[in-house]
Design a binder for this molecule. Structure first.
Ligand code: ADP
Length: 306
């Protein structure tokens, strides 16, 4: 196994015996008309409660399968990384976790995705409520052309959330480690911020609606190394209260920050006529990077194929 892959992980290695932490998911959640009790689920590999349980998930665009038979769990207070070559369906799968694929014409999702033990695609579940509970951050920082304050307040206002908006904005900015940078310029346009600050603003915006999961689709790919380091530090802090699922092409990043890793690959089907993504291996990140079970995982994490 290549040394360069094991070092970054060792650097940030955390104790695997961490006690269970409390997260917002302990409370009962109101997802549309369905009330979800934060009841204990069957154990994940780490023994923490599962937030998502995926079983046999297939996603297709206009009948063409993009990912097939995906089965793994996402636990609370963990960072789960999705890695693999381009086009293997990592972003597709990520978008299923907050029903963003509902917005893509022709996209279909089969199999089962449970969120706190309830079918995420069940008839009684409101997709808007889902996206409030399951926040998303994209590759390129995408603040609204509004003030820093209004970027954060936007979601809570649209959702009709009650309470002191100033307090809510401050709390979200503090959680995203941005308050000290911006507290004196809350009325300034968000476009005046650096790229790294804009991405932390987008994270704060996602936190403002009270989610318990943050989905991140290559959140650092447009950032310089210093800003990337700040986002990675922030992810480690947020893990104390949220589940995070991150798509990343940066394997050192996956090794540094994540607890669990799903390695995806693309397989040719129909005699080479179509390409379908599958999960080859899902395990603790340390195992994936130091002692993977499948030779395809080893070839990818050591850089022999990509
Ligand atoms: P990755 O994130 O691993 O690079 P994607 O999820 O972006 O992979 O893509 C997986 C497959 O699904 C690719 O073949 C891609 O062309 C296809 N795909 C992704 N998004 C769409 C879409 N909106 N419409 C049609 N096909 C799509």
């Amino acid at each position: 196994m290549a040394k360069q892959m094991t070092e970054p992980h060792r650097q940030h290695q955390r104790d695997t015996e961490r006690p269970p932490r409390h997260s917002p998911s302990e409370t009962s959640l109101d997802v549309g008309s369905a009330v979800l009790e934060g009841r204990p689920r069957h154990g994940t590999r780490s023994g923490r409660k599962a937030i998502f349980e995926l079983e046999g998930v297939d996603v297709a665009y206009s009948g063409k399968t993009a990912v097939r038979n995906i089965t793994f769990d996402v636990a609370e207070n963990e960072i789960t990384a999705l890695i693999g070559p381009s086009g293997c369906g990592k972003s597709t799968l990520l978008r299923c976790l907050n029903r963003m694929n509902d917005l893509v014409p022709g996209a279909t999702v089969e199999g089962r995705i449970e969120y706190h033990g309830q079918d995420l695609y069940g008839a009684s579940v409101d997709p808007v409520e889902v996206r409030k509970r399951i926040g998303m951050v994209f590759q390129k920082p995408n603040p609204f052309p509004k003030s820093i304050y209004d970027n954060i307040a936007f979601g809570p206002r649209v959702l009709g959330m009650k309470g002191d908006m100033d307090q809510l904005v401050e709390a979200a900015l503090r959680r995203a480690a941005l308050w000290d940078d911006v507290k004196d310029r809350l009325k300034d346009n968000a476009f005046g911020m650096s790229g790294g600050q804009q991405q932390r603003l987008c994270i704060a915006r996602a936190l403002a609606t009270g989610p318990d999961v943050i989905l991140m689709d290559e959140p650092c790919s447009a950032l310089d190394p210093i800003s990337t380091g700040k986002i990675e530090d922030l992810m480690m802090e947020l893990r104390e209260s949220y589940a995070i699922v991150i798509v990343t092409h940066n394997m050192q990043q996956a090794a540094r920050v994540s607890d669990m890793t799903a390695f995806f690959t693309v397989e040719l089907e129909d005699e080479g006529a179509s390409r379908t993504g599958r999960v080859v291996e899902f395990d603790e990140t340390e195992k994936i990077f130091t002692n993977p079970a499948d030779p395809r995982t080893e070839a990818y994490v050591t850089g022999k194929v990509g």
